[in-house]
Design a protein around this ligand. Structure first.
Ligand code: RET
Length: 276
């Protein structure tokens, strides 16, 4: 029986091996992890192949940041596949599966903390936003992921799990606001609206899928089975990470003026771009 975060995070070699075997007995679950390792790897190769000739410092930063999204992803899914970052956790009274041990993929929430800031850095740079807004969204996404992790790991009370969920969603809505309002306006001024609109739709629609899955899956109302939730997250990751990355890389490798010009936009990032 598991109690407290330290019991959940620290495993005996036996539990880790048991979970590893459990994952591989459930072929669909294992595939939802392995498919993402493969796709993240392919995405990195794609970036290297397409963007190796890029010269502008701003474009380089965008490219490196997209690469880091997939690098974090490989590590994240390796943690899940190996059984290191998932655990059976007993649900509190009130939860639909109260008293039962439920497989919790807590490594996902942890590693989103490291991948989502890079997504927002890239989106903000493409919109031509400033350092204040980019940092705000990065801080908000870290807060969102850490409180989401707390929601998943809270075993004392069902209500407290949902309270964490509410906190996390509040941070999420700040990010959505910045993307839909500030960055949309800034992208128009910058001249990157075409690309930004596509990225915005994929990002906002895709990101909303995560809390919905959390609520419908075993963490929340337990209407979906674990493998369904896992595939759900894995498919959303394909949209919000790899598809978004490919669109960005295909656009920025031409080093268009709107991305490379350092003069009139992104005031606090001024000087990052090519010399005037
Ligand atoms: C949680 C549960 C608590 C409420 C909210 C959530 C939002 C998660 C999001 C995750 C996005 C992840 C991405 C990962 C790519 O690597 C934590 C599920 C609001 C929006 C884009």
């Amino acid at each position: 029986k598991l109690n407290g975060v330290q019991d959940i995070v620290l495993q005996t070699p036996e539990t880790q091996r048991e979970i590893f075997e459990f994952v591989f007995e459930d072929t669909l679950l294992a595939l939802s992890f392995v498919a993402n390792i493969a796709l993240a790897g392919l995405t990195i190769l794609f970036i290297v192949a397409m963007a190796r000739g890029v010269t502008d410092p701003r474009t380089k930063l965008i490219v490196v940041a997209t690469m880091l999204i997939s690098i974090v992803s490989i590590s994240s899914y390796t943690g899940l596949t190996s059984g290191l970052t998932l655990r059976f956790i007993e649900m509190p009274a009130g939860h639909p599966l109260a008293g039962e041990e439920v497989l919790t993929m807590w490594g996902r929430y942890l590693t989103w903390t490291f991948s989502t800031p890079f997504i927002l850095l890239v989106l903000g740079m493409i919109a031509g936003s400033n350092l204040t807004k980019i940092l705000t969204t990065c801080a908000m996404t870290i807060a969102m992921c850490v409180t989401g992790l707390a929601a998943a790991l809270t075993t004392s009370s069902y209500l407290m799990r949902w309270w964490w969920f509410v906190l996390s969603s509040t941070f999420f809505l700040v990010i959505v606001y910045v993307i839909l309002v500030d960055w949309t306006r800034e992208a128009e001024r910058t001249g990157t609206s075409d690309l930004f609109t596509k990225l915005k739709i994929l990002t906002v629609v895709g990101w909303f899928g995560y809390p919905i899955l959390w609520a419908l899956g075993v963490e929340g109302f337990a209407l979906l089975e674990v493998w369904m939730t896992s595939w759900g997250y894995s498919v959303l990751d394909v949209i919000t990470k790899y598809i978004v990355t490919v669109l960005i890389v295909l656009y920025v490798i031409d080093e268009p003026e709107t991305i490379t010009a350092d003069a009139d936009y992104g005031s606090t990032l001024k000087g990052v771009g090519a010399p005037a």
